[in-house]
Design a protein around this ligand. Structure first.
Ligand code: CTP
Length: 395
């Protein structure tokens, strides 16, 4: 279990620090906390100790006659130090190598990895002195997560760049920095979500795909060092950091986005639930409902994966199959017809792993017909497991 030291600086975003601890623990990390003196004006030692399960490292603890050398102990314990929120003063002390408070002493003592999550007023963030400190820290291998744009603390302040990332985004950044880069140099294209086939400007044919499986695959591949493009149909999920995101609507638009990039990639995972049919005609204006019945003429959408399979070359192709019956036979037939290396079968009618769920169950089938059933797990765990399998095929 990787060990994360969360250092909480003295900014208003420190109120979110207990939630950052929770998200880090949910992501599977062991977490200890350090709070600067000013951080404790915004959050409490009791809250941080309770959610982390460890005493908080404070200035008072550093200078207590315990016989422990706290800054060295923490620097040796941590695999990664996340400073969230980081103030302009925290950045300045670290950039200057001033080991004058516990946080800067831990950094000067040499933690293996440091990730800063700055939080300050946009004017302060843009200040040349602050930016010079950021550059100095970057040149020493420190990483930055954010800041983001949005509303600011302080009544009447105008929104701008300087907000701390949200706790779940910070946990995602930490995970990225602690993951082995076994896909370094690989270019991966993932598709996700449903497509929409419009009848008119306000009506369409689609399906309930949430995009979660494809987004989990894109994040997992990014964390493992791949250069990732995510071509996604409409979903409410936000863009993952460090991934090229191409948002499309129809099967035809998805086909174009995928085909345009196919020559540059080593691996394609088609997790999108592409609509198989579209209305033969798309009306330019909304149609009023006339009469009691209406016949709709549908035509086939392009089969993207079959087209890729026919031009596959040395690329690895992974498909998904969604079946309500005769799953393995139908999935294997699709794998052969589309010239795939693997196909992942899922069952959308199972209430526990239905559309939109955070967990899934997959049956993974090889061209030889060898089949493996993976029990219920988070989509992220399944994504990593699938990438483990793909890595063996790619070598
Ligand atoms: N797929 C695709 N283009 C389509 C339809 C599907 O690229 N027009 C991809 C999906 O992303 C998935 C795989 O093909 O990876 C299997 O999709 P599925 O809809 O289950 O299979 P179909 O080949 O469409 O077969 P059928 O509808 O007859 O079950």
């Amino acid at each position: 279990m990787a060990r994360v030291l969360l250092a909480v600086g003295g900014g208003a975003a420190a109120i979110k620090a207990p939630l950052v601890v929770r998200r880090l623990r949910e992501a599977g990390f062991a977490v200890r906390t350090l709070a600067t003196e000013r951080a404790l004006a915004f959050t409490t030692e009791l809250a941080l100790a309770t959610v982390s399960g460890h005493p908080v490292a404070t200035e008072a603890a550093w200078f207590s006659p315990s016989g422990r050398v706290l800054h060295l102990e923490l620097a040796r314990w941590a695999d990664l130090l996340l400073v969230a929120p980081a103030t302009a003063a925290d950045l300045a002390r670290a950039a200057a190598g001033l080991a004058e408070d516990l946080l800067s002493a831990v950094i000067t003592a040499g933690v293996p990895r440091v990730v800063w999550a700055p939080a300050m007023n946009p004017g302060m963030w843009a200040d040349p002195a602050v930016q010079a400190n950021v550059d100095r820290l970057r040149s020493r291998g420190h990483a930055f997560a954010g800041p983001a744009s949005g509303p600011m603390a302080g009544v009447g302040e105008t929104p701008g760049t300087g907000r701390m990332l949200e706790p779940d985004e910070l946990a995602e950044h930490v995970r990225y920095h602690l993951t082995t880069k076994d896909f370094a140099g690989k270019r991966v294209l993932v598709t996700a979500g449903p497509t929409r086939e419009h009848l008119d400007p306000v009506r369409f044919l689609s399906n309930p795909s949430s995009g979660k499986m494809g987004f989990a695959l894109a994040r997992a591949a990014r964390d493992r060092g791949a250069r990732v493009t995510l071509v996604t149909g409409p979903t409410v999920l936000p863009d993952p950091f460090g991934v090229e995101v191409v948002r499309v609507e129809s099967a035809e638009a998805m086909r174009q986005a995928v085909v345009d990039r196919f020559s540059e990639v080593d691996l394609v995972i088609m997790a999108a639930a592409v609509a198989d049919w579209r209305p033969a005609e798309r009306k330019a204006e909304k149609e009023a409902k006339l009469g009691e019945e209406k016949l709709l003429r549908l035509v086939r959408t392009p089969d993207i994966l079959a087209e890729l399979g026919a031009a596959k070359g040395s690329r690895v192709l992974v498909g998904f199959a969604m079946e309500t019956h005769a799953g393995p036979e139908r999935a294997l037939e699709k794998l052969k017809r589309k010239n795939l290396d693997l196909i992942c079968l899922n069952y959308p009618t199972d209430p526990e792993t239905a559309f939109g769920a955070d967990e899934n169950r997959l049956v993974v089938i090889e061209p030889s017909g060898r089949t493996e059933a993976w029990g219920k797990a988070s989509k992220r765990e399944l994504a990593d497991r699938l990438l483990d399998r793909v890595r063996h095929i790619m070598q």
